[in-house]
Write a protein that binds this ligand. Structure first.
Ligand SMILES: NC(=O)c1ccc[n+]([C@@H]2O[C@H](COP(=O)([O-])OP(=O)(O)OC[C@H]3O[C@@H](n4cnc5c(N)ncnc54)[C@H](OP(=O)(O)O)[C@@H]3O)[C@@H](O)[C@H]2O)c1
Length: 226
């Protein structure tokens, strides 16, 4: 089974469609965006809430076999650090980093029992670039790197791999919230002068799902922007 968080829109929705087109068993998690299709395959879970995540895992235990967990859910909070609201800053970490951990924490026991698991987390180039206003988002994504390394080592003997995608800028999802003139500035810095096609994300997710000896690392998918 393939489980995708953040499947109600953007990249997660795109990946869900692609896997369905290939005939894979896939279910998705959403939070606020009510799905207009595939309702029977979509589960409402706030990943920031550990009880909701645990209840989802328990209620769907029979489905979650040979699991590929794609932790795509993510949010954004833009503010200069000296003006940021600490509660909003912390909430962003709670969704992007702690929420990703909640999913892993709830689903790892079954993966370990079955001696198989694939975990793919969604990090970002923003964590390594130093972009004004992104301290919460950057911290949440950089946190995934350290978490991934520890969990990789803990589970390497159990047939479980865990890796990150460090995404650059893609023509889908949260980039649409960025003002048009800022999008042009970002594009001008990308060597190919264009945003990525999400199909490349799908290809890397499939590759990491298939590989058994790649763990605890990250794949940059950024068109050469560093
Ligand atoms: N788009 C890019 O260029 C880009 C670049 C670098 C990294 N990324 C990363 O890629 C991932 C997907 O980004 P995107 O652009 O597709 O974003 P998006 O269009 O804003 O979609 C975000 C998804 O995350 C879900 N989500 C947010 N908070 C949640 C929560 N508390 N519980 C459960 N689900 C939650 C949303 O669900 P609801 O709407 O149902 O609440 C939505 O399905 C994110 O982790 C993002 O940081 C994207």
């Amino acid at each position: 089974m393939i489980l995708i968080t953040g499947a109600s829109k953007g990249i997660g929705y795109f990946l869900m469609q692609k896997f369905m087109d290939e005939g894979e068993d896939v279910i998705g998690i959403y939070n606020n965006t009510i799905p207009k299709e595939h309702e029977t395959l979509m589960y409402k879970v706030d990943i920031a809430n550990p009880e909701e995540v645990k209840n989802f895992a328990a209620a769907n235990d029979d489905k979650l076999n040979q699991l590929i967990l794609i932790n795509c859910a993510g949010s954004n909070y833009n503010a200069f650090a000296h003006k940021a609201d600490p509660a909003k800053w912390a909430q962003l970490i709670t969704v992007n980093l702690v929420g990703t951990f909640h999913m892993i924490n709830a689903l790892l026991p079954k993966m370990r029992e079955q001696n198989f698991g694939r975990i793919i987390n969604f990090a970002s180039i923003v964590a390594q670039s130093g972009i004004p206003g992104t301290s919460a988002y950057a911290a949440s994504k950089a946190g995934l790197w350290g978490m991934t390394k520890a969990i990789a080592v803990e589970n390497a003997s159990k047939g479980i791999t865990i890796n990150n995608l460090n995404l650059g800028y893609f023509d889908i999802g949260m980039i649409q919230d960025v003002p048009a003139e800022m999008q042009e500035i970002i594009k001008s810095k990308i060597p190919g002068k264009k945003f990525g096609n999400p199909d490349d994300i799908f290809k890397v997710v499939k590759y990491l799902s298939a590989a058994s000896y790649i763990t605890g690392t990250s794949v940059d998918v950024n068109g050469g922007l560093f």
